[in-house]
Design a protein around this ligand. Structure first.
Ligand code: PLP
Length: 316
């Protein structure tokens, strides 16, 4: 258990009006930056999705970002996923949204709360408590919300894991996250595949590539990335849907951009290979607070932003 989790209640939902406005302001500024960078690159802004990197942020802060328009969430640590998922799903359901995967029966255990404590469900749509619902137990509400999400009545908010996933934590996150962005070896992909298969689900995965070669970073080497991507794409219960990298920690823009451009070239090679399962490898998750403009110029489809939305982190 990470030390800061003992100091901050991540399931907290009550935050100040000032904090809500700060976060909304951050979201809007980042969205404007995405629009500007997309326009400069001759790209459509809808082709770039803002993922809020929510490590160390509590449920109230994350809901403020969602209220301001964020439609994709990324967590680093399985423990944080578990600490927040239940509260986030409850508040998302009140807004007609569903967070994360909707195809796992075991997600019932972490779904929305009982009627009366927030959202209630009737006729496949979620409303605010007051309207009488014909379902009363937590399990019924969860089942109805999941059904509504599956049928497309609730708009889905993808829930990604963007940090390392240890083998013994896979079971914790699979009920909640739809995509694991940090797969960086065949072994970790095969482990994920076995666990997904056992649950009867398919989990989306990105191959993480260490484009900068910095020792502190995770990810496979750029040299082995294409071969590894093909092997992962061939697995039955893992669907390879993209590639992820963290930009080089240097000042030289050319070096940072070259890493992003190289990730794009790997994606293009994988997609055009025609190999089984390779065609779905379309996403490029690259770009954070300090380099998202460069990443968008190089073809990023998902930018992962924490600091520019929520401010500096008190804990790493
Ligand atoms: C924290 C984190 C981010 C966001 O970083 P900021 O600089 O705060 O925008 C993006 N990706 C990963 C993998 C992270 O851990």
């Amino acid at each position: 258990m990470t030390a800061y989790m003992e100091h901050k209640d991540l399931s907290n939902v009550s935050i100040s009006e000032k904090r809500i406005w700060e976060i909304a302001d951050g979201v809007h500024r980042v969205m404007e930056e995405i629009d500007r960078a997309s326009a400069a690159a001759g790209r459509h802004p809808d082709d770039v999705t803002l993922l809020a990197a929510t490590k160390t942020r509590d449920v109230g802060e994350i809901m403020a970002a969602i209220a301001a328009g964020v439609r994709m969430i990324g967590e680093n640590r399985p423990q944080e996923v578990v600490a927040k998922a239940k509260g986030l799903r409850r508040f998302c359901a009140r807004r007609g949204l569903w967070l994360g995967r909707a195809d796992d029966g075991k997600a019932l255990a972490g779904g929305v709360s009982p009627a009366g404590d927030g959202a209630s469900v009737s006729n496949g749509s979620v409303s605010n408590g007051s309207r009488a619902a014909d379902v009363n137990t937590a399990a019924d509400v969860n089942a109805a919300a999941i059904a509504a999400a599956q049928e497309g009545h609730l708009r889905r908010i993808p829930f990604h894991l963007i940090g390392q996933l240890q083998a013994n934590k896979i079971g914790k996150v699979l009920p909640f996250v739809d995509t694991v962005e940090s797969v960086d070896s065949l072994e970790s992909a095969e482990r994920l595949n076995r666990r997904a298969q056992a649950r009867g689900i398919v989990v989306d995965a990105f191959l993480e590539v260490n484009e900068s070669g910095e020792a502190a970073k995770s990810g496979c080497s750029p040299q082995e990335a294409i071969d590894l991507a093909m092997r992962i794409a061939a697995l039955g219960s893992v669907r390879l849907t993209g590639l992820m990298t963290v930009g080089a920690h240097v000042d030289d823009e050319h070096v940072i951009r070259a890493g992003f451009a190289h990730l794009r070239s790997i994606r293009d090679a994988v997609v055009s290979s025609g190999e089984q399962g390779a065609g779905s490898c379309r996403e490029l998750s690259m770009g954070m607070t300090h380099d998202l403009g460069m990443a968008i110029a190089e073809g990023s489809t998902i930018v992962r932003v924490g600091t520019a939305i929520f401010g500096p982190r008190a804990f790493v």
